[in-house]
Design a protein around this ligand. Structure first.
Ligand SMILES: O=C(CO)[C@@H](O)[C@H](O)COP(=O)(O)O
Length: 235
């Protein structure tokens, strides 16, 4: 069971979630690397699924998610589908042990149906917005959304720079969440680092995906602690 954001308005320290993207982990020893990052203080595992069709890269699928569960990972696994079509993979990830599934609305044949497939299985569901994708896809599905993921880079690769226009978009998404009155998480993904995480939180994000910043650090624990120290300063 994954805790939702418990109260309306600006997130508080206790609600901040750090979700390392395993796109930047060592795939040759993935289970151990995931254990290591969770022991270092990460909250969730962010699981990037790319199909070389919707995005120009190819990564991992349900078998790897299942293997992480078999390995003993009990933390929430946050599956980000960068695939088209979407629905065929939803059932496989439900079986594989995903905790929440997000997908790109423009990649889904029927957004409402994709969300419902996820919700019917008791998982948390969300939509992902590329830098140039408008938020209006949320208009008629806010009641089915547990998480909004704002991409702060164009999807496909780790190690890109954070796009500054994301801050305005996060504020707009935060306003929609507050207006809905629902406990919806606001996640951000791409170029998140110690030196920008505070500004990103102040724009309204409560859930932070960071790949290269954590997995390329000499010491995961120190890097995550530095991020939390910055988050503690967010107003
Ligand atoms: O989904 C993606 C990229 O498409 C991300 O999850 C990246 O993997 C984040 O990596 P960094 O920008 O933090 O290195």
């Amino acid at each position: 069971m994954v805790a939702p954001l418990c109260r309306r308005g600006r997130p508080s320290m206790s609600n901040f979630v750090i979700a390392p993207s395993i796109l930047s982990a060592n795939f040759a020893r993935l289970g151990d690397d995931v254990d290591h990052v969770l022991a270092a203080g990460a909250d969730w595992v962010h699981f990037d699924v790319m199909d070389n069709h919707y995005v120009p890269n190819l990564t991992i699928g349900p078998m790897v998610c299942h293997a992480l569960r078999k390995h003993g990972v009990t933390a929430p696994i946050d599956v980000h589908l960068m695939v088209s079509p979407v629905d065929r993979l939803i059932g496989d990830f439900i079986e594989a042990g995903a905790s929440m599934i997000t997908f790109h609305p423009e990649a889904s044949e029927h957004i409402d149906r994709s969300l419902q497939l996820i919700k019917d299985a008791g998982l948390q569901a969300g939509l992902v917005f590329n830098p140039a994708t408008p938020l209006h896809y949320l208009d008629y599905v806010m009641d089915k959304i547990d998480m909004i993921l704002i991409m702060s880079v164009n999807p496909g690769f780790g190690g890109q720079s954070f796009l500054p226009s994301t801050l305005d978009k996060l504020q707009a998404a935060r306003a929609r969440i507050d207006a809905s009155g629902r406990p919806i998480r606001l996640e951000v993904d791409g170029g998140v680092k110690v030196d920008n995480i505070r500004a990103i939180a102040e724009a309204g994000a409560d859930t932070f995906v960071a790949g290269s910043a954590i997995f390329n650090a000499d010491d995961y624990q120190t890097e995550i602690a530095k991020m939390r120290a910055e988050l503690a300063l967010a107003r």
